[in-house]
Design a protein around this ligand. Structure first.
Ligand SMILES: [Zn+2]
Ligand SMILES: [Zn+2]
Length: 85
């Protein structure tokens, strides 16, 4: 799980689309670097802007917060980033 976040951070600026507002809690800030971009799905590519807290919740506490709809299908992240699977 930690590895997936690192990969997203590494690629987080390769495409524009950071809205400066969290898609989940609606927190917004003019400093867009506070936000992360999270893949809902990889095929097709579907990205939302989220704050750091919500991003952590998606990857680590999605059952508690009912965020499963924001979790990409298992294995897709590896496929997308050309992992070793
Ligand atoms: Zn948020
Ligand atoms: Zn993510």
């Amino acid at each position: 799980m930690t590895r997936q976040i690192n990969l997203e951070e590494k690629f987080s600026n390769y495409k524009s689309g950071n809205t400066g507002q969290c898609h989940i809690c609606k927190y917004s800030h003019k400093n867009k670097s506070l936000f992360h971009r999270h893949h809902i799905t990889y095929f097709p590519e579907n990205i939302i802007t989220v704050c750091e807290t919500c991003h952590w919740n998606i990857h680590h506490a999605w059952i508690k917060y009912d965020l499963i709809k924001f979790t990409p299908p298992k294995g897709d992240a590896k496929k997308f980033y050309g992992g070793e699977e």
